[in-house]
Design a protein around this ligand. Structure first.
Ligand SMILES: [Zn+2]
Length: 255
């Protein structure tokens, strides 16, 4: 095989690995952000349950105050009862007392409900705090793993970039430009091996006379797939696989 073509193949090997490592590196910020988001969600759950408990405390204070207010009124009505002169006025005050006592009972019921609910809110706070602790611990490990993976990938990237510099040294600049353009167009893969008379990348037939020319070529001449425009290369098969290939070719031609 031509030396330049071999250099391009080597370059492509490096570039495929570079694409992979860059893809991995690009995922780390999201992984870390996701980890932060999980901790933030667990913290928010604690805050929400604490806020519910706080609202409950306020409600309880209000109902306690309600009970006291209505009790004061009952006392006041009872004091007035001793001073009334008519049955009518007496009955009216009795009616007020009954109404106020009903209000006391209602406020006490609400207070009791809130006291029961308060225990439930306490349980929720404890559960949310325990969950937060667990998430924080889990995410600490997760972050550690992500950072370690990132360090490995960054080292790999540096090594591959150095390897790429070495690989490009033996390739003429105009050919390298050409290669880079095809790489951009085809998401990182500029070369395709010819296999079974087909382009190994897009699968279109490579005409036999092109393959013959490729075998003969000893200059820096490049051959391209007519369909996907990738640079083609051809690896001479070993004797056994060559006879197998020609056998399959003759079979397909008979068919
Ligand atoms: Zn092709």
């Amino acid at each position: 095989m031509q030396k330049t073509l071999q250099n391009l193949i080597d370059l492509q090997h490096v570039d495929v690995r570079l694409t992979d490592v860059r893809g991995r590196l690009a995922k780390f910020p999201k992984k870390l952000a996701d980890s932060d988001a999980r901790v933030a969600a667990a913290k928010a759950a604690v805050e929400t349950s604490k806020a519910a408990q706080l609202a409950n405390v306020k409600d309880r204070k209000k109902y306690e105050l309600d009970v006291e207010t209505w009790k004061d009124r009952v006392r006041k009505y009872r004091d007035q009862t001793s001073q009334v002169k008519t049955n009518e006025a007496y009955r009216a005050l009795q009616h007020e007392v009954e109404g106020a006592e009903q209000e006391i009972a209602k406020a006490e019921d609400r207070l009791l409900e809130q006291m029961v609910a308060s225990e439930e809110y306490d349980r929720r706070i404890k559960a949310a705090e325990a969950a937060l602790k667990e998430v924080e611990q889990l995410e600490r490990v997760q972050r550690f793993t992500v950072e370690a993976d990132r360090a490995v990938a960054e080292k790999e990237l540096a090594e591959l970039e150095a390897e790429r510099a070495r690989a490009t040294a033996g390739i003429p600049e105009n050919l390298l430009d050409h290669y880079d353009r095809i790489v951009k167009k085809h998401h990182g893969v500029a070369l395709a091996e010819v296999r079974n008379e087909k382009c190994g990348a897009c699968g279109m037939i490579v005409r036999p006379h092109v393959i013959q020319e490729m075998r003969r070529a000893d200059s820096d001449q490049m051959f391209h797939c007519e369909t996907c425009t990738r640079i083609l290369y051809f690896i001479e098969p070993s004797v056994s696989s060559a006879s197998a290939a020609s056998a399959s070719v003759s079979t397909s031609r008979e068919g």
